[in-house]
Each structure stands twice: as C-alpha cells, then as structure tokens.
Design a protein around this ligand. Structure first.
Ligand code: HEM
Length: 247
C-alpha cells in the first residue's frame, strides 16, 4: 500500500528529471564557444612559444641571458615560419583570449545568478570525505562506467575539478596573460609586480596552460569512459546522458 502510494510520485519525479535538460542552453553554448577558443589559444600559443621556447624568472630574459629552463624545441625566430609581434600567431591568440574572457564572464555571471554553481558544482559536505573520493578514483582506475543514475549529476571529483578550472586556472591564466601586456601593466603595474616580473608571469602562464591541456585530455577520456555519444548529445542538445550508450 505504502509502495503504491509512493511509486506514482517517484514516477513523476523521474520523468521531471528526464524531461528537464541535462545542461542549460547557456552552459552548452558557452561550453562549446569556450572549447573552440581554447583550441585557438593552444594552437596560437604553440606558435608564439616556438619563437622563443625558453623560460626565465623575474623581469627580463633573452637569448644570451641564463634561463630557468629550455624546452627541447627549435627556435623558429629567424626562419620563414617566424611568429612575430605582427603575425597571425599573436593576432589569433589575442582574439581568442578576448572571446574566452567575455564568454567565461557570461558563463560565470549567469552561473552565479542562476545558482548553477551552488546547485550543480559545489560538492556536498558529506562527499568531501576520503571514502566517496577513493571509491570514484578506484572506479576510474578500473575503467568502470558510471551507472545511469550516477550520470545524472556530477560526482565530487568532477565538481572539484570543474570548480578549480573555472575559478582558479582560467582566472590565473587571464591574470598572467594581462600581466604580460605592457599597455595593461602601465595602468595596473601591480598585476605584474606581485608575480615578480614579466618573465615570471610568462613562465606561470605556460604552466597553467599545460595544466589546462592536461585537464582537457583527462576530461575527454572521462567523457569517453562515461559514454561518449550520450554525454556529447547531452552537452549539444541538452537531452540524454545516461551510463549506457544508446545506439
Ligand atoms: C578547454 C576546453 C574545455 C573546458 C575548459 C571544459 C570544461 C567543462 C566544464 C567546466 C564542464 C561543466 C559545465 C557545467 O556544468 O557548468 C564541462 C562539461 C562537459 N564537457 Fe567540457 N570542457 C572543455 C572541452 C570539452 C571537449 C573538447 C569535450 C568533448 C570532446 C567536452 C565535453 C564535455 C561534456 C560531455 C560535459 C558534460 C559532462 C557530464 O555530463 O558528465 N568538453 N566541461
């Protein structure tokens, strides 16, 4: 009796969950604009890097001065592939950086106003303990696909990673990027002085970029593990995303 009274309610709840989009239109649109601008940033960033694959600490650094470390890449400064100040590399980098910043602001402000971050990304206190985290890590290591029910919400590791990417890595990336711009630092010199100089900003910028590329590789691997087709469909159309692939 208790069951029959309870089940219809459950059915309504479940159909509500299934009928509402897995990701809001704004999250989906900003996610894909962001992905495109990030690819453009990486490609143009590699181009810029090849002009001088050396890193320094402090205010200055150049060929002939001691470096912090050198990447095992050729200098392409003097060849026809030179990616100089007026080249496509820098233009594409700045264009995609501003798209990334404006799109990121739209995502962050709307996520705060709609409480998306609090409801969908902030982990519950109970999940921030060793046992749920170790269970998720062990499932990932055993390549165990999440169940359909688990796929309906982000797990604690995803939440922590996404929050870290959105509120730490991207803002730091933008800050260190702005700290390399003489026109910006002439107005706000503190942006670069607290980092120890322009070359320090460049070195930190490189490490953050590498961390974001690593995130992207793991992110795509996790989407594949969870069910590429369903999760991509949900991130494109807003519908779907269960543990099992539907053909
Ligand atoms: C730099 C590039 C990327 C960044 C920074 C990024 C970041 C994120 C973030 C923060 C979320 C959570 C969004 C939210 O609910 O607010 C997310 C979800 C998602 N992303 Fe990405 N992403 C990137 C690229 C990609 C790519 C290339 C793919 C596909 C190949 C992808 C597929 C997905 C999917 C399917 C989800 C939903 C995951 C789920 O439902 O469990 N992302 N991404």
């Amino acid at each position: 009796m208790a069951e029959s009274a309870h089940l219809p309610g459950l059915a309504i709840q479940n159909s509500d969950v299934l009928d509402s989009p897995r990701h809001s239109a704004l999250v989906r649109v900003t996610h894909w604009i962001h992905t495109l601008s990030f690819f453009a940033l990486v490609v143009s960033g590699i181009g810029i890097l090849l002009a001088h694959p050396r890193f320094y600490w402090g205010e200055t650094g150049a060929v002939g001065t001691p470096s912090l470390f050198d990447l095992p890449l050729p200098f392409l400064v003097t060849t026809s592939t030179y990616i100089g100040p007026s080249s496509w590399g820098r233009s594409l980098h700045f264009l995609s950086a501003w798209i990334c910043v404006l799109n990121g602001l739209l995502y962050a402000i709307s996520g705060l106003l709609s409480q998306h971050f609090r409801k969908n990304l902030l982990p519950a206190r109970i999940d921030l303990s060793w046992s749920p985290i170790s269970r998720i890590v062990s499932n990932h290591l055993r390549m165990k696909r999440p169940s359909e029910e688990e796929s309906l919400a982000y797990n604690v590791l995803q939440r922590l990673t996404y929050l870290n990417v959105v509120f730490l890595l991207f803002p730091s990336m933008i800050w260190t990027g702005l700290a390399m711009s003489p026109s910006i630092t002439s107005v706000f010199p503190i942006l670069v002085t607290v980092l120890g100089g322009q070359q320090s900003a460049r070195t930190i910028h490189f490490f953050i970029a590498a961390a974001l590329v690593l995130f992207l590789i793991v992110h795509i691997a996790m989407v594949c593990l969870a069910g590429f087709k369903n999760h991509m469909r949900a991130m494109i159309t807003g519908r779907g995303a269960g543990g099992k692939e539907s053909s």
